[in-house]
Design a protein. Sequence first.
Length: 298
Amino acid sequence: MGPAIIGTAAVQINVFVNTNFASEIIDPATGVVINGPVSWLSYAFRFMQFPIGVFGVAIATATLPPLSRSTANLDYTEFRQTLAHSLALVFLLCIPSAVGLAVLGRPIVALVFEHGRFTSLDTIQTANALAAYSIGLAGYAAVKVLSPAFYALKDARTPMLISLGSIAVNYAMNSVLVGPFGHVGLAFSTSTVALINFLLLALFMRRKLHRLGGRRLATTVLKIFAASLAMAVVAWLVNHLAGELPLRGLALSFVRVVAAITVAAATFYQVCRLLGIGELAEATDAIAGRFIRALRRS
């Protein structure tokens, strides 16, 4: 538990460091500290945490028991297969989520928050931070799967050391990026640290297992990126066309978000089917299976 707790604490330390940097951002035109970056980052971070919690943490929780059982097999064949399959599922669910948050960030933020004193400027700044956060979303979720895999191998030290190293990397990148890019630079720093954590964990895991099914996983990820790109184009078009409707305020944001997400999700599903992504059926059943079965029973 000790190393796992220390490794988890590193994430909170990074958030604390980011908040301190954000609270000291100065408007170059006036020389006065800007009122807003801390809130913009906080709201954007909440949106990023949603797919991580729904997909990344859920898959990691379901994966740990079979990973732990499979360590009894000394050649780790089943362990490798389970881990690679779980990572493929994470990427299948989180890459399109990240692309969707980046493309539809403004209407989504406007729908949820743009009421009362939350202005259109706040929406734009929060959406910009969300786009920067979304770059590292898949890496962040993949870390949620890889870290327990090390625990299953009775190695809590490696994830802990990588997490602690991320504190130094995060601080250094914040110092460099906060000046020219403000709070968006801080969000991008968080994304970069998440991707570096994932790559280092994957590298050390490959050394432990000698191979990780990287070629098949890379092929799957490329297919997911292709489907996500098609989805992004469709989402942008639908969002743009819906913006021309004779609606205003909350009603317009609602129509834009619902229409864009519905059409984009259908596009992503069809492209994934055409590309033959094997994990698609399992992901679809996990998301929609319970709802469909409930409808059938009723």
